[in-house]
Design a protein around this ligand. Structure first.
Ligand code: HEM
Length: 424
């Protein structure tokens, strides 16, 4: 048998299908050093959970790691591209870390304020609006009749984007720009090298997005409405008893776009692919809300949209008998933990009756547990219910090849998914 040492986590083949590599790592080297990136990759469920819990040892202050990959990309760009990027960056407001890359108590200070946007009552209140967006996009799928249609472009992408745009209160006239800018923002986490002109285009979009968000924060401070930006702009942090600065507002809102939109789109797409590849599931979940909920958890477990995120080791320690030193970077692999057979029997199968399917780690756990999870779950359960009610025999479009995910070490998403179905 080959040893884990020859696992190539960054080969195109593994980025497209990481599960065989994860399986070997869980069995042979559940904490595994990857020299190319100098990170220690954690793949076993119990160890991922342990690292998530021990926030004093495994810190979320990994912004330096993200900046380092940006610096490498910047240095690889041509002189001309570098000059343009410097000019654009100079115009930007400084954006401090707020939730994702902070530890307690600063993390808690921001998180308590942002929690006001996601309280259960608000999610329930918004149910009709969410269903409205789903119905609109479902009608666009129906317009294709029984012909092939791109599920990502017509449904999986637009549903979460419109919902977050509505909730934030993005004005109608700024929607096209917002869609572009939000999609570009999500790519920041992809850590995939880009051509120079694309780097400049995205930097310009990021700058224009900052300008739009600042304009909206100021407008909602002058005249509050019922949207998320109003709540964010007009509430105070507990520690410091002050309102958020423009930079802090942008930081929080950027996280909604980076962490919230493409991830939900990705879960929709993978869920649909699983239904096409396992058609018996369609009959099983149709008309059964409990199973639809479990199906959503199973989709997230099988294909975690965020495959992993880093943590910075703050002091010498050990994890599962593996020694780590202060300053080491570890990579929690939610996507690998979710397929751990010691936690989930028959881990590679979708089981819509699985007990404890909700223990999957696609939303993380502990203090950084995804703040948008209730919204994402609501969108996904209402979405799949509607899709199953409106169509039967969902299948990959005739002659279409099996769709390939975009190769990224962090995000896992499908750029396109051609499907057909029989309207019911
Ligand atoms: C299926 C959809 C989603 C997935 C798979 C997902 C995944 C995640 C994960 C894995 C984390 C934990 C990060 C960590 O361990 O450090 C996280 C945090 C976060 N997510 Fe989500 N997310 C989704 C939807 C959303 C939505 C809809 C929003 C907001 C509109 C959102 C906003 C956030 C924010 C702000 C954080 C940071 C929380 C903190 O650090 O305290 N996410 N998400």
């Amino acid at each position: 048998m080959s040893s884990a040492a020859d696992v190539e986590l960054f080969s195109l083949e593994t980025l497209r299908d990481p599960y065989p590599a994860y399986q070997r790592l869980r069995a042979e080297a559940p904490v595994f050093h990857v020299p190319e990136m100098n990170v220690h990759v954690i793949t076993r469920y119990d160890l991922v959970r342990q690292a998530i819990k021990e926030t004093e040892v495994f810190s979320s202050r990994y912004d330096g790691f993200l900046q380092e990959s940006q610096r490498i990309a910047f240095e690889a760009a041509s002189e001309d591209v570098q000059q343009q990027l410097i000019k654009l960056t100079a115009e930007m407001v400084d954006v401090p870390p707020t939730m994702l890359t902070l530890d307690e108590p600063d993390h808690t200070n921001y998180r308590s304020l942002v929690n006001k946007l996601f309280v259960a009552a608000r999610i329930r209140e918004a149910q009709d609006a969410v269903q409205g967006v789903i119905d609109e996009c479902a009608a666009n799928l129906l317009a294709a009749g029984s012909g092939p249609v791109d599920f990502v472009e017509t449904f999986a992408g637009p549903v979460p984007l419109r919902i977050i745009a509505d909730r934030l209160g993005i004005p109608e006239e700024d929607r096209d720009f917002f869609d572009d800018a939000a999609t570009a923002a999500a790519s920041a986490l992809r850590l995939t090298p880009l051509p120079g002109e694309e780097m400049v285009r995205r930097a310009q979009l990021a700058l224009d997005l900052q300008k739009l968000l600042i304009r909206l924060v100021d407008a909602r401070r002058a005249e509050p409405r019922a949207d998320m930006i109003s709540i964010l702009a007009n509430n105070k942090l507990e520690i410091g008893d002050r309102a958020l600065t423009h930079g802090e507002c942008i930081s929080v809102l950027n996280q909604f776009l980076v962490a919230g939109h493409e991830t939900t789109a990705s879960a929709f797409s993978w869920g649909m692919l699983l239904l096409c590849e396992n058609p018996e599931l369609q009959e099983k979940i149709r008309g059964d809300d409990k199973r639809i909920k479990t199906f959503v958890e199973e989709t997230l477990r099988m294909e975690a949209p965020v495959q992993g995120l880093p943590r910075l080791v703050t002091k010498d320690t050990e994890l599962g008998g593996y020694k780590l030193s202060a300053g080491d970077m570890v990579m929690l692999r939610y996507g690998a933990a979710n397929r751990d057979g010691d936690q989930f029997p028959s881990p590679d199968d979708v089981d819509v009756d699985r007990a404890k399917a909700g223990q999957q780690l696609a939303f993380g756990a502990g203090v950084h547990f995804c703040i948008g999870a209730p919204l994402a779950r609501q969108e996904l359960t209402l979405g799949f219910r509607t899709l199953m009610d409106m169509g039967a025999n969902w299948r990959l479009a005739e002659g279409a090849p099996r769709p390939e995910p975009e190769p990224s070490f962090i995000l896992r998403n499908l750029p396109g998914l051609q499907v057909q179905f029989d309207p019911r």
